[in-house]
Design a protein around this ligand. Structure first.
Ligand code: ZN
Length: 314
C-alpha cells in the first residue's frame, strides 16, 4: 500500500482524490484466490460460461481448476483450459460415483489427458460409501488404479471421500513411499479424521459446506480449534454445488458480520442453491478466516500459495 500512497501524492490534476481513493479501495478489497475445484463442465454453465469466468476474475478468483469426474468430463475440462489459458486448469479422473463405468482403456486415456501441462491433477477420485452409486468393491479397485496412475505420472491427487475414511487411509497407505502430494477435497469429516489426513501429509480442501455443518466435531469446530495449519489449507467452491447459504440460521452473528459487502454482492447477485459459481469463493474464504479468527488476507494468501505449490500452475 506504500506504493499507492506515493501515487496519490503525485496526483495528476485530472484524477480526483476521490477517484484514487475508490481505485485503492477496489484493489485493497479484491483478492487473489485459487478455486481448486469447480465443475465448470456441468451443463448448467453451457450458456454463459464466459460471464461465469469473467465474474470469478472480477471477484478475485484468478485461477480455477475444472474438475474431471469421468472420462468424458475430463476431456471436456481439458478443452475448457484451452479456451481460458492461464485462468482455467483441469484434473482428469473418475469419480467414485462413476467407478462402475471404468473399463481397461480408462487408465491410458487418463494418463494421456494428464500428459498435458494444463491438466494439473489426477481426480476427482476416491470413495463414496454414503451414496454408493457404484458398488464399494468396484470403487476401491478403481480408486487404487488412479492412485497408482498418479504415482506413475507424478501429478497430485484430487480426492473425494464420504463415509469411507478407513478404507481411504488403507488404500493411500499402500502407496505411502511414492505417493505424490494430495488434497482431500470438500472435507466434511471429523477432527480425528482431519488430523489423520494431515498426519499423512494431505492438504484439506474446504467449501461452502461450512454453513450447514451441524456437528460438534465437524469442519467448523476444526477451524475454531485451529487444527488445520494454514500451510495445508485449500479453498474451493465445488460449483455448481455447495452454495454457501450465509443467511443460514446456524451461522453465528460474528461470522456473518465478517463477510464483506463486496464478496456478498457477488454471492447474492449471481449464486443460488441451484447454481453456485466460483465468484462465491471470496465469501467462503472470509467465512473460513472468521472461524479461524485470523485476518482474511492471511488465509487468502496462504491458500493461494498452497495451491500454486501443490499444482504448479504455469
Ligand atoms: Zn467430491
Amino acid at each position: 500500500m506504500a506504493d499507492s500512497k506515493t501515487k496519490s501524492g503525485n496526483n495528476p490534476d485530472n484524477i480526483s482524490e476521490l477517484k484514487i481513493k475508490q481505485i485503492e479501495d477496489e484493489v485493497a478489497s479484491s483478492y487473489l484466490l485459487v478455486d481448486i475445484g469447480a465443475n465448470l463442465t456441468n451443463s448448467k454453465y453451457s450458456r454463459d460460461l464466459d460471464s461465469v469466468v469473467e465474474r470469478a476474475k472480477d471477484a478475485g478468483v484468478k485461477k480455477i481448476m475444472v474438475t474431471g469426474a469421468s472420462v468424458q468430463c475430463s476431456k471436456e475440462a481439458l478443452r475448457l483450459t484451452r479456451l481460458y489459458p492461464g485462468m482455467l486448469y483441469s484434473s482428469a479422473g473418475i469419480h467414485p460415483h462413476d467407478a462402475k463405468t471404468w473399463t481397461d482403456d480408462c487408465y491410458d486415456t487418463i494418463k494421456e489427458l494428464a500428459s498435458n501441462p494444463e491438466c494439473v491433477a489426477i481426480g476427482e477420485c476416491g470413495l463414496d460409501f454414503n451414496r454408493n452409486f457404484s458398488p464399494q468393491d468396484v470403487q476401491m479397485e478403481v480408486f487404487e488404479k488412479q492412485v497408482q496412475l498418479a504415482c506413475e505420472v507424478g501429478k497430485p491427487l484430487f480426492l473425494h471421500e464420504r463415509d469411507a475414511h478407513d478404507d481411504m487411509v488403507r488404500i493411500l497407505g499402500k502407496f505411502k513411499d511414492r505417493m505424490p502430494p494430495a488434497v482431500l477435497h470438500c472435507f466434511t469429516g471429523t477432527s480425528a479424521q482431519a488430523l489423520k489426513y494431515l498426519e499423512m501429509g494431505l492438504y484439506i480442501g474446504l467449501t461452502g459446506f461450512l454453513w450447514k455443518d451441524k456437528s460438534d466435531d465437524g469442519v467448523r469446530s476444526i477451524l475454531e480449534k485451529g487444527l488445520i495449519p494454514l500451510d495445508r489449507l485449500l479453498i474451493e467452491t465445488d460449483a455448481p454445488f455447495m452454495y454457501p447459504n450465509v443467511r443460514g440460521s446456524k451461522i453465528p452473528a460474528n461470522i456473518k458480520q465478517a463477510l464483506s459487502d463486496r464478496s456478498l454482492s457477488f454471492l447474492n447477485r449471481y449464486c443460488t442453491f441451484q447454481r453456485n459459481e466460483p465468484c462465491a469463493l471470496p465469501v467462503i474464504v472470509e467465512m473460513i478466516a472468521a472461524y479461524m479468527k485470523r485476518p482474511v488476507e492471511e488465509v487468502a494468501m496462504a491458500t493461494t500459495i498452497n495451491a500454486i505449490k501443490l499444482f504448479g500452475f504455469s
